[in-house]
Design a protein. Sequence first.
Length: 240
Amino acid sequence: MKYEYGPAPFENSYGETGGMAEEQYLGKVRGPEGSVIDEFEKGKSYRQLNKQEMARAIEKVKEFQPYRNSQDSESGVADPSEPSLEFANQLHYTICKKLGLEHFSQLEFYTAVGSRLDSNGIDGFFELYLASGGRLRVTFDGTHNQEKLNEGWKMVNADCVFTWPPLSRKENEASWGSSIDAIADMLIEEFKSKAKDTNADIFSLDEYGVIESKRLAQESIHLPDKKRRAVAHLRLRPKK
């Protein structure tokens, strides 16, 4: 797990902290008719999710991403490769530029605020598509709580933890920009670490490559777990 030791917790100009602040930065998952569905009910205990729980929670989060314009269904569901909120959008852009991605659709952002993941220490995650259907996921948790940045904190699910920057660059442009840059570097470091662990290569895909990778990744979801692991291993295996 990576920790970003930032400045003292920042309270934005609206005086919001905690879940309210998370929603301002990342947006919030939706449910049928704008309500939060059972899958997203916050757990009673703060604990680590097992593999099956994590996979199910992630798929539900992806299924119920917010609308482009708050809860206006006519605006359509938010595009994971073009986040609408300033923080998420700029962080996505910065990661793409630093990785040298030609097509920003190769990287997708998902908010988990208001979901089961949120109640277990994950505010959101990025997914980076690789060649032939390979995919890397990095989860994160943003906080105003300085205690969360200490090693040994009970939050054990997110790959990266960082302090929130000012909500808007207008509040403190220098601090906002440097924070975005530092958070992007931390997430990229985690992507590279996971790529190394799976013998994967991170490089820019052309438009067709991105489309094909997403198609293959979606198909693999429906394979039995054992076969899916075998397919993933073949796709991520380095070329000789």
